[in-house]
Ligand binder design. Structure first.
Ligand SMILES: [Zn+2]
Length: 229
């Protein structure tokens, strides 16, 4: 598994990653329905999973089969994005079943899970309680309120923030209220520069960018169970 350098910007969730510049460690999110695999894509670290938006009763079996095969690849450092979406995607039962299958793959491979969750927080919290995962879970692109963030963090989940959220006025108190040990930053599919997100959040946390880089570097190691607190 490739590791970021201590002074790297870590973009924990990005698509295609081609915009990544020197000094940035990008974790590229590949979605099973795209049929793009780590062997044929530039990048050194990937996640691979079945995104709820692109899940259907007819493509489920093929996506799961690909996931089980690709999950073994050492460049695939986490499973996901997996999750629940109440706005877009198939019915609840299929979403829940597919999420559980992905958790099982993550557990079997000893890899953490990256989560996409839209208006289905109860579902996610219930799944966490029911499945009792031994690997860490990261909610990517978090856009909820402070109470919810606190609740997820109290279940030991990590949260990652993207460009749109960190520029909202409510983001500053929310990020300040969280333990820094649980924070990641990401560009997702935005094309925004990860450096700008680090700059904004380091201002919110009243610290130097280098210090924030040190924090996300340590968080990376904990999230991937290379180190514990
Ligand atoms: Zn994404």
């Amino acid at each position: 598994m490739s590791l970021p350098g201590r002074t790297d910007y870590i973009d924990i969730h990005t698509h295609y990653g081609t915009k990544a510049s020197a000094g940035t460690f990008s974790v590229i999110s590949l979605m099973a329905h795209e049929e793009i695999f780590p062997e044929s894509t530039p990048g050194i670290a990937f996640t691979f999973g079945i995104h709820p938006w692109f899940l259907t009763p007819t493509n489920h079996d093929r996506q799961l089969k690909d996931l089980k095969r690709i999950a073994r690849n050492s460049a695939v450092i986490a499973i996901g994005e997996a999750g629940f979406d109440k706005i877009k995607g198939p019915d609840n039962d299929l979403q829940r079943r597919t999420f559980e299958e992905q958790v099982a793959v993550a557990e079997a491979m000893n890899k953490p899970l990256v989560i996409h969750c839209v208006r289905a927080w109860d579902e996610l919290l219930k799944a966490h309680k029911r499945l009792k995962p031994s690997r860490h879970w990261l909610v990517h692109g978090f856009r909820g309120n402070k109470d919810l963030a606190g609740q997820l963090v109290s279940k030991n989940m990590f949260l990652s923030f993207w460009f749109d959220f960190v520029n909202r006025p409510e983001a500053t108190p929310l990020i300040r209220s969280l333990p820094v040990e649980r924070i990641f930053l990401e560009t997702d599919g935005s094309g925004v520069d990860i450096k700008d997100i680090y700059k904004k959040v380091s201002e919110d946390l009243e610290m130097e960018i280098e210090e924030l880089k040190g924090i996300t570097y340590r968080n990376f190691k904990v999230f991937f169970s290379l180190e514990s607190y």
